[in-house]
Design a protein around this ligand. Sequence first.
Ligand SMILES: [Zn+2]
Length: 441
Amino acid sequence: MTLLAYRFALDPTPAQERALRSHAGAARVAFNWALAQVKVNLSQREAERTYGLSGDDLTSSISWSLYSLRKAWNEAKDTVAPWWRECSKEAFNTGLDQLARALKNWAGSRRGKRSGTPVGFPRFRSKRKARLSVRFTTGAIRCEPTHAVLPRLGRIRLHERADLGDARILSATVRHERGRWFVAFTVEQDVTRPAPTRPGVAVGVDLGIKTLAVVATSTGETFEVPNPRHLSKVLRTVRRLSRAVSRRQGPDRRTARAPSNRWWRADAARNRAVGKVADQRRDAIHKLTTTLASTYGTVVVEDLHVAGMVRNRRLARHLADAGFGEIRRQLTYKTVWHGGTLIVADRWFASSKTCSECGAVRAKLALSEREWTCTACGAVLDRDVNAAVNLARLAASASDSNGRRADRKTPPAGQVAVKRQPGTATAGQTGSLPPQGESAA
Ligand SMILES: [Zn+2]
């Protein structure tokens, strides 16, 4: 049994749209109310400490568990939100659950029990900026071919037909993104896929900017996987829309200047275009990884950091970097589904700098050098093809120190593999442009 997520765009009626917004708002109200309780409690105890109180003399601290927050909410909801009956209890639970997680992450991060970047203390959610989302875990949740059925909200029309097969639905999350509502069903399903059609063949994958990827097989074939059609056209549109945004009166934190309505409109238009770019690339990446995992017995990719080391503020470059992590993540679970093997080349494996003809290694190779001539054997090498060939060859010597086998066990519990229905618009860039000048490793 594998955990999967199916995601569909929704076409709610105006009344359903209002209900969705109201549910997402309810989640925000519960979140903010509970956060206020926690903050008051913390500052009360802090103040008492300054009077010299300690231990049992202090006001007792309130529990941050979801169970306790929910209990407190249920006692207070008649006064805080007398309208609570209008929304499913799952809506309030969504907000409380998010707060409980946020507090846990903050506490874990502060005590050093949590890896990754430091987590800040949760902040109040603004009505205007907060992401609209509600998660349903109990009650009547179904996915019919044309409708999603959710507690309280009823049957909401799907933008396209759905078929979840024998999947057992665990939860449904409704989200608003870039002017559209989406539902994501987390399901448990038996995933069995046919074995790779060419089990004995290894394939090396080199991700590029100009093309989506260059692929080389251990049998000597090489081919380029082109970027999605119209990508460069949409990228041009993004640049144009970004200029429009910067000409409008945007928000300014220092002077607390509110953005103009024209800025909001331009920003939304830009975000839609960025989202479209992300959607196109995601779709292309899914098709690529599915083809690779279902065709070849062994797939070899570079370590994430090799591609991620390059700092570049261009959107195309950012997408290529982000796509690199995603392609590896997808290959990890898709090769497991098909019974293939994924090999991740060592970070120090010089896939681009090694001559695929004679094995000579260059000391340096600038990113701008798209083609180079080997000084040892005189071969003229295309940078990306050469890298892909070297990666494919690595599969043969996979047992030596240059490569390590990716974990072939099933993904750990809780890891969700996203399965997309063809043509479904999916999530992605939402707020603004990707963080600029940041390595997207
Ligand atoms: Zn050579």
